[in-house]
Ligand binder design. Structure first.
Ligand SMILES: [Zn+2]
Length: 312
């Protein structure tokens, strides 16, 4: 990241940056939704914290972090923004240990901060992935297994590997889901919900895809022989999904070591977000971080217990 940018060192600049992302058309009261600039006053004076507004409709004070994952945090906004930049700039993400060292916050703070920012990266609406593919478009669907290593765990029994299924457009978006098991029954609802049936479905030859494949305009299956690949001009493959899985697995094993069942969905949201805002799709590092910061509002977080940090 460009550490000379003042949003990473000056708390006022950090707050203004966040305000410009959250309130592109001026302040919005998070309590009552009032947007009338005539009915919102910026509080000023020596006894007032900077960045506090008062709504004349509901008479409540607010700042840009009210109703966001940063609400009531004691961590300075400069560090929140730096953390978001670090988490979105690299392909693999950063661990809570790295954030702890780089930002000079406690490990526990780094862990909570990272999970809150991961929640910000998750789609606001779970149906955001609707309509992947379309006429003459390919949607690859493939499954993989993550986790399961005993490394860095307090108890030595290996946890079972967790199944992940991803839908991925070629040169486009990805949507990943944790599934309890890989069966036609668990995969079908996910596939038909998120991919346009006008697409060509591209999978391996696993029987779990046979039924759902019939619901699509076409279903091509990968025969893992070089001959078949050549015969179809390189069209029939799931290499896009395999490439994404390789980033996901290297990231999870290399950066996070162990991912608990409860947090896997959030890690998937993080890896999906980076893929969907990658440089090839026109995002700079700064634009990617800003895009992630758009999602800080309205994310409910239910994992505040400190003892969970031990299982991160
Ligand atoms: Zn209000």
């Amino acid at each position: 990241m460009n550490i000379t940018d003042q949003i990473y060192s000056d708390e006022n600049k950090a707050r203004e940056h966040l305000e410009s992302i959250q309130w592109p058309n001026g302040p919005v009261c998070p309590h009552c939704g009032n947007v009338d600039p005539e009915r919102i006053t910026k509080l000023q004076g020596k006894s007032t914290r900077p960045g506090v507004f008062k709504c004349k409709e509901c008479r409540k004070p607010f700042s840009v972090t009210v109703g966001t994952v940063m609400e009531r945090s004691k961590i300075p906004l400069t560090k929140w923004l730096a953390a978001m930049h670090l988490m979105t700039a690299g392909k693999k993400g950063v661990s809570a240990h790295q954030l702890h060292r780089m930002l000079g916050v406690t490990y526990e703070s780094a862990w909570f901060l990272a999970h809150r920012l991961r929640a910000a990266m998750a789609p606001a609406n779970p149906t955001d992935a609707n309509g992947m593919g379309g006429p003459n478009e390919v949607v690859e669907v493939d499954e993989t297994y993550v986790g399961g290593r005993a490394k860095n765990r307090a108890f030595k029994e290996p946890s079972p590997k967790k199944a992940v299924v991803s839908l991925i457009e070629r040169d486009g978006r990805v949507a990943s889901f944790h599934v309890a098991n890989v069966t036609a029954k668990t995969l079908r609802p996910i596939i038909v919900k998120h991919a346009s049936r006008k697409s060509t479905l591209m999978t391996d030859e696993a029987p779990v895809y046979v039924g759902v494949g019939k619901e699509f305009a076409a279903h091509r299956t990968v025969n893992h022989s070089a001959n078949e690949y050549v015969k179809t001009g390189g069209y029939v493959h799931t290499n896009t999904a395999e490439g994404f899985f390789s980033v996901l697995k290297r990231g999870i094993i290399g950066t996070y070591h162990h991912v608990s069942e409860a947090h896997l969905e959030r890690y998937l949201a993080e890896f999906d977000f980076r893929h969907n805002t990658r440089t090839k799709l026109g995002f700079s590092d700064a634009q990617r971080a800003a895009k992630a910061l758009e999602g800080i509002r309205g994310k409910r977080l239910t994992y505040r217990r400190a003892n969970e940090a031990a299982n991160a």
